[in-house]
Design a binder for this molecule. Structure first.
Ligand code: NAG
Length: 236
């Protein structure tokens, strides 16, 4: 009987969390990320990712927030994700997912460079990566970069190398006005708590509004799901 009550409680909590997520309009807090004092300044934001689907799986809450506020989003994907020979398919999927996320596909670049091939144990040249980022920034007057943190959500070495390439760029560049932000990897309990994490996220969003860290709540989870569903080759 006790076990049954625990099971019911968990199921109710899970369901309530899901409802909370799907009713994003109930969120009491709107993040001030790139939204300082209602400033109307539109920024050119570059997401630097490692593989097609990173944008939907990891960055779509941020992309949703930025596009809904009229910022101009670019995506630089460092590989086609060809570890299983599906690179061409995955590249197309990325373009479709970007369109779903309201990122114009002419602002999406998918690299297919011998030094940046998808896979565990493939070390990416961070100084070359930094040069590629530099060119992108220059060509599109980018003023904000968003990428992985040192752990890179899943611990994938390509995510880690992307982080270090962007870091290298930030250390080398003389352009003082460029900002870089990293996506903070959450601990394993939060990562696998599914929708239940929303309560912790809501709490963080209230607590961490110090200008250094922002907790963004996904304002359009349906759109994120629609973007992820473009990556059919990854639904395994
Ligand atoms: C990495 O890239 C830099 C800059 O393009 C190049 O000079 C260097 O030789 C490369 N390093 C390796 C190990 O390939």
């Amino acid at each position: 009987m006790e076990w049954f009550m625990i099971f019911v409680s968990v199921a109710v909590l899970w369901f309530a969390s899901l409802c909370k997520i799907l009713h994003a309009s109930f969120y009491p807090h709107r993040s001030s990320f790139l939204n300082n004092a209602g400033s109307l300044q539109k920024r050119n934001v570059l997401f630097v990712i490692a593989h097609p689907d990173d944008e939907s799986m990891f960055f779509s809450p941020t992309i949703n927030q930025l596009t809904s506020r009229g910022h101009n989003v670019h995506i630089l994907c460092m590989s086609t994700g060809n570890a299983d020979g599906m690179g061409n398919v995955r590249k197309e999927e990325l373009l479709r997912a970007s369109a779903t996320l309201k990122v114009p596909i002419q602002q999406v670049t998918v690299m297919d460079h011998p030094d940046f091939q998808d896979g565990f144990g493939k070390i990416w040249n961070t100084s070359l990566l930094s040069k590629i980022v530099e060119k992108k920034i220059h060509d599109h007057a980018i003023d904000i970069i968003i990428t992985f943190d040192n752990y890179g959500v899943s611990g994938h070495c390509n995510h880690h190398d992307v982080h270090h390439g962007v870091r290298r760029f930030m250390l080398d560049t003389s352009q003082q006005e460029i900002e870089a932000w990293e996506l903070v990897s959450t601990n394993i309990i939060r990562k696998y708590s599914g929708p239940v994490d929303i309560w912790f996220s809501l709490w963080s969003a209230q607590t961490y509004s110090n200008g250094q860290t922002h907790c963004l709540l996904n304002e359009n989870p349906r759109r994120s799901y629609a973007a992820m569903s473009q990556h059919l080759s990854q639904w395994v």
